[in-house]
Design a protein around this ligand. Structure first.
Ligand code: SF4
Ligand code: SF4
Length: 390
């Protein structure tokens, strides 16, 4: 592989994101099937073992929200309205090419939206036990993963074998490891890359569709960033307030929050959210039978739809310690009840946390949506929060 400078690697990733739909169109023309996914609970390995490409459909654009509101209530989370609006107007190229969509019974808004989505595209809903405690939950989730496999076999005319699953588990674990090595870099102080650059790589990874060359690009970036750092290069100046971002899934429209942090003296050291560390920090156990291994892994994702959800609090505590965070920013989408209610517990856990000399980790919850009308207000609030940390 040609040696790229760090900035040109970021550029290559930035350019690859809008090219994603073209790559999917070409794959479909070459005979591949595409399966739409809305959640970190979808076991990609099963879809890939069926020879299909899993694509993420969770939308973070405000554009299709008005269309979505024609069928959905206005006081619903923007992620659900936007994702549904794209499907309804057939303006999402990824949705357009999907043969089938997979959803899970996570939050109430999403699971009811899937009933409407099924009219637009066959939608397979996995019944997610909303607890990761107990063997009953695990065995019922394993049965759901096996049920998904049978449905995919029928819909796609494919055969899913245990060997195929093992192969895909291994590949997906490699992807998680590569991303994990990237996340590790931000434990350094000062960080070798900004949070906005980290987010760019997350977005790139989202549309890499298991392409080994994309993974090579991530590995090359990590290697160059580490080498340059060890040689003394400081791309991000020291002295910035180190922030862990948590909460609802992030994306394009929420970059306004990242800007508010990084333009006011902060730097994001970790994204706990879906699309960041949450779905990637635990690999699938390659020594277990594949369906059991997938059940253990995916049921353990600490989304706020789980009750209780102490794993998220534990993960946040670990991130705060490992990344030496000065504060935590919780992004809560309007009308997201689960993350909104859980905010109390997150604040409480962080408030009781002692790290080194510090007693309690400062926390701010930011409630927002996909519109850009609150950019200035966000900047003012984050500015005050970061000043308080200083
Ligand atoms: S936050 Fe929860 S419901 Fe939303 S995408 Fe992640 S796992 Fe799914
Ligand atoms: S952000 Fe909250 S309300 Fe929206 S889909 Fe995720 S869990 Fe549901």
């Amino acid at each position: 592989m040609i040696m790229h400078e760090v900035n040109s690697l970021f550029e290559a990733m930035r350019d690859a994101i809008p090219a994603g739909p073209v790559r999917i169109k070409e794959a479909v023309e070459a005979g591949k099937k595409v399966v739409g996914c809305y959640c970190a609970y979808t076991p990609y390995e099963v879809i890939r073992a069926a020879g299909a490409i899993p694509v993420t459909l969770c939308s973070t654009s405000e554009k299709p929200i008005a269309a979505g509101e024609e069928h959905l209530p206005r006081n619903l989370c923007p992620l659900i309205k936007s994702s549904y609006g794209f499907a309804l107007t057939d303006t999402c190229p990824y949705f357009h090419f999907c043969s089938i969509v997979v959803g899970e019974t996570t939050c109430d808004g999403k699971r009811k939206m899937y009933e409407l989505l099924d009219r637009l595209r066959p939608t397979h809903v996995m019944q997610l036990p909303r607890t990761y405690r107990g063997t009953d939950a695990l065995s019922s989730w394993q049965a759901e993963i096996e049920r998904l496999a049978r449905r995919l076999e029928t819909e796609l005319g494919a055969t899913i074998t245990e060997d195929g699953l093992r192969r895909e588990i291994k590949k997906r674990n490699e992807e998680r490891r590569a991303m994990g090595e990237l996340y590790e870099l931000s434990k350094l102080d000062p960080v070798p890359l900004s949070g906005r650059e980290l987010h760019l790589v997350n977005e790139f990874f989202r549309v890499s569709f298991g392409d080994p060359q994309a993974l090579d690009l991530v590995r090359e970036l990590v290697r160059r960033l580490r080498e340059n750092y060890e040689a003394g290069e400081r791309r991000v100046p020291g002295g910035k307030r180190r922030i862990v971002v948590t909460g609802c899934p992030t994306g394009k429209s929420l970059e306004k929050v990242f800007n508010a942090i990084e333009e006011n003296g902060g730097v994001i050291v970790a994204f706990e959210n879906c699309g960041g560390i949450k779905p990637n920090y635990e690999p699938v156990d390659e020594t277990l039978p594949p369906y059991e291994a997938l059940a253990v892994k995916y049921l353990g994702i600490p989304c706020s739809c789980m009750s209780p959800n102490d794993k998220r609090l534990d993960l946040l505590e670990t991130l705060v310690r490992d990344y030496r965070a000065d504060g935590v920013t919780d992004i809560i989408l309007q009308a997201c009840h689960t993350y909104s209610v859980e905010s109390f517990l997150v604040r409480e856990r962080l408030g009781n946390l002692n790290v080194g000399e510090r007693e309690g980790i400062p926390y701010i919850a930011v409630e927002t949506d996909y519109y850009q009308g609150d950019v200035e207000q966000l900047s003012t609030r984050m500015g005050a929060f970061l000043e308080m940390l200083a």
